[in-house]
Design a protein around this ligand. Structure first.
Ligand SMILES: NC(=O)c1ccc[n+]([C@@H]2O[C@H](COP(=O)([O-])OP(=O)(O)OC[C@H]3O[C@@H](n4cnc5c(N)ncnc54)[C@H](O)[C@@H]3O)[C@@H](O)[C@H]2O)c1
Length: 438
């Protein structure tokens, strides 16, 4: 059945992309977009820029580029801003992050030098390994959130933006459990005034964004918008939100492989994953409390994909371990090893070994771009609350209460593309091959 499609406001004017945190991921994303705009390099890894979408029957041969199919903001219309606890402009921060070569950064040196972070809302209680002096002071957490709202309004005014989105690219905070003060926006706001410890800095950015009507994506495993209070606020104010934890590196590999093993009904005894990385993210994750946030986000994946309750003979007894080791010489160029113990016919054991020499921020940058553009599209299309169709980008996808998250990357991609088809009133594609029955 062909649907009517949804009325989508045109992406007129400039779109601000605000990142709390201007470290490796944020600067690789910004420098990359600026370079691509100048014709230096291609947006590899970005679905919004390079992806296509099949429409109608296979015989119709209709596969436009996604960016020609849905009205997305143009790269030329993006304006970058953000906050950090260090005062370095985006050029100096990109050099320090050491992801891109100096020659590549120098191509966009002037533009990067113009991008200066705003002072952060930060508390070392939530990121134990960091301390910086470029931080806001306020009489309580509500006051700090109000200062962030002022920053957003000023940024929009100064750059004459028509809209903005926020993508968290800040550090991983310590593991926080859901708390009573997270259960409603009324309790949450009261807790902000009382400086309650269950309100982390990342939540203040998210609160400020949603109050300003700005979509928010959570690139870290922080609890942030994964709480009823901020989800309620997002629904009430018609703001799209998404999260959490960019799906790059090792978890990306896991969500490629695990659905394949399950599809062929191959069993799994154990999956041991370990990493070495030496960037600031690695240093922050060296703290057990920040690592705990990451661990929880990484561990859920297998359980959800393999469904041990449905396949007890294959997956009810899996030993799954994830380790991250801070190893400075490696910088941003992480190495991730997986040892996977599987079993086949009559229970005979086999092993798979992966050694992924990846570049974390190179994998994360296109995700930041896609999330910014898709969240803006969602807002112009009247979508609000949790954007489950963006699960494709996250290690630990947020879902409505009582639903389980979808981790299988191919189902996630189908859901994403079907959402785009739905927006444009095109037939949804189930890959059922119904033409055989015609
Ligand atoms: N690179 C990847 O593949 C990947 C994948 C998944 C998640 N992530 C997450 O993305 C985030 C960014 O990663 P990165 O490699 O750029 O780390 P990074 O350490 O290079 O950058 C993070 C920046 O955030 C700043 N910061 C910390 N707390 C802040 C606050 N409250 N307000 C403003 N700024 C703050 C830090 O000073 C730092 O400059 C991390 O949480 C990381 O876990 C990265």
């Amino acid at each position: 059945m062909v649907e009517k499609g949804v009325e989508i406001k045109a992406p007129e004017g400039k779109l601000g992309v605000l990142t709390p945190g201007m470290g490796a991921v944020a600067t690789t994303f910004i420098a990359g977009v600026l370079s691509i705009r100048k014709g230096h390099g291609k947006p590899i890894g970005s679905l919004t820029q390079m992806g296509t979408i099949r429409l109608g029957k296979r015989t119709e041969n209709r596969s436009p580029k996604i960016k020609d199919f849905v009205p997305l903001a143009e790269l030329d219309d993006l304006v970058f801003g953000g906050w950090d606890i260090f005062e370095d402009n985006a050029y100096d921060a990109a050099l320090k992050a050491g992801v891109l070569d100096k020659d590549d950064i120098n191509v966009v040196k002037d533009e990067l030098q113009q991008i200066k972070p705003m002072p952060a809302v930060f508390d070392p209680e939530y990121v134990k390994k960091l301390n910086g002096s470029y931080v806001k002071q306020g009489k309580n957490k509500m006051d700090l959130a109000e200062q962030l709202r002022d920053d957003i309004r000023n940024f929009i005014k100064e750059h004459q933006l028509s809209r903005a989105v926020m993508v968290w690219c800040g550090s991983t905070e310590v593991y926080l459990q859901p708390d009573e003060v997270h259960t409603s926006i009324e309790k949450f706001e009261k807790a902000m005034l009382e400086n309650h410890p269950a309100i982390a800095p990342s939540m203040l950015y998210a609160y400020a964004a949603i109050k300003e009507g700005i979509p928010y994506a959570n690139g870290a495993p922080n609890l942030t918008v994964d709480i009823p209070a901020l989800q309620q606020l997002a629904r009430e104010l018609n703001v799209p939100i998404a999260g959490k934890d960019f799906k790059t590196g090792q978890t990306f590999m896991k969500t490629l492989l695990a659905p394949g093993l399950k599809a062929r009904l191959l069993g799994l005894h154990g999956w041991f994953s370990t990493n070495i990385l030496g960037n600031r993210d690695g240093e922050v994750l060296d703290d057990p409390m920040s690592f705990k946030s990451k661990e929880v986000s990484k561990l859920g994946v297998l359980e959800y994909i393999l469904q041990p309750d449905l396949y007890p003979d294959l997956y009810s007894n899996i030993y799954h371990k994830v380790r991250i080791n801070y190893y400075p010489p490696r910088g941003d160029n992480k190495e991730g090893w997986d040892n996977i113990d599987i079993f086949g016919w009559l229970g005979y054991p086999m092993q798979i070994k992966i050694d992924f020499l990846c570049r974390d921020s190179i994998l994360a940058a296109p995700i930041v771009l896609d999330l910014a553009l898709f969240l803006d599209l969602a807002q112009r299309s009247g979508m609000y609350g949790i954007q489950e169709w963006l699960s494709f980008y996250f290690k630990s996808p947020m879902v409505a209460p009582n639903l389980y998250p979808e981790h299988d990357i191919f189902i996630q991609l189908m859901k994403l593309k079907n959402t785009l088809r739905h927006l444009r009133g095109e037939e949804l594609i189930t890959h059922l091959g119904l033409e055989y029955y015609d």
